[in-house]
Unconditional design. Structure first.
Length: 212
């Protein structure tokens, strides 16, 4: 009975995930270091999507979106965090030794273990949670797509759809950007690529800070 609504929700969610933004950069930049790091960022971003979707289910997303001071606070915190990540990425270029890992490309170097996975989960989650557009997106999406008075299982299904779509897309993204071919190209162009990614994060942060 509610299948068309759930399919619509899945389609809109997929388009939102595909759209380049902080989540996209967080997952791809981690994946270029290792598959574990990329998957960790994917799990973290998905966790943030799950939290926002659950808040929207209970109507808190709409309430928060209408609280001007709450939205502004989240916007400034999110902007500061994106700028911090961008500066950190650019600064790390100066600290990396030119001969570090000589003879080994990222595709053949030893992969980090859980120590790299867990911090990546945390960073991905923080990127997702400090994006005020996520709050507005989930709040408006659920209000628009879901019918009033839908049974409880429909709301549970919507959260499940969000998790499946987000985790599926960002995991595929992590797998692509951590593949040997992509990482070998990245090994040759690491410094300019990190500079571009860092500048993109700083640009997104500044744009978020000055937007109204």
């Amino acid at each position: 009975m509610f299948l068309p609504e759930l399919l619509t929700l899945a389609g809109v969610m997929l388009l939102a995930c595909i759209s380049p933004g902080p989540d996209f950069i967080a997952v791809t930049s981690h994946a270029l270091n290792s598959r574990r790091a990329g998957l960790g960022a994917a799990v973290g971003v998905t966790g943030a999507c799950a939290v926002w979707s659950m808040l929207a289910v209970f109507g808190l997303g709409v309430v928060l979106a209408r609280m001007a001071w709450g939205y502004e606070l989240l916007r400034l915190v999110g902007a500061a965090y994106l700028i911090y990540l961008g500066v950190r990425m650019i600064y790390s270029m100066r600290r990396s030794a030119p001969d570090a890992g000589a003879g080994q490309s990222p595709a053949t170097a030893p992969q980090p273990g859980a120590a790299a996975f867990l911090p990546s989960v945390r960073r991905g989650f923080l990127v997702g949670m400090t994006n005020p557009k996520s709050m507005a997106f989930f709040g408006s999406l659920f209000v628009t797509v879901l019918p009033v008075g839908a049974p409880a299982w429909v709301y549970g299904a919507t959260v499940a759809v969000v998790i499946v779509v987000a985790l599926g897309w960002f995991s595929v993204l992590a797998a692509i950007f951590s593949s040997s071919g992509v990482r070998m190209v990245y090994a040759r162009l690491r410094r300019p690529f990190d500079a571009v990614m860092g500048a993109a994060l700083i640009g997104l942060g500044v744009k978020l800070a000055v937007s109204r």
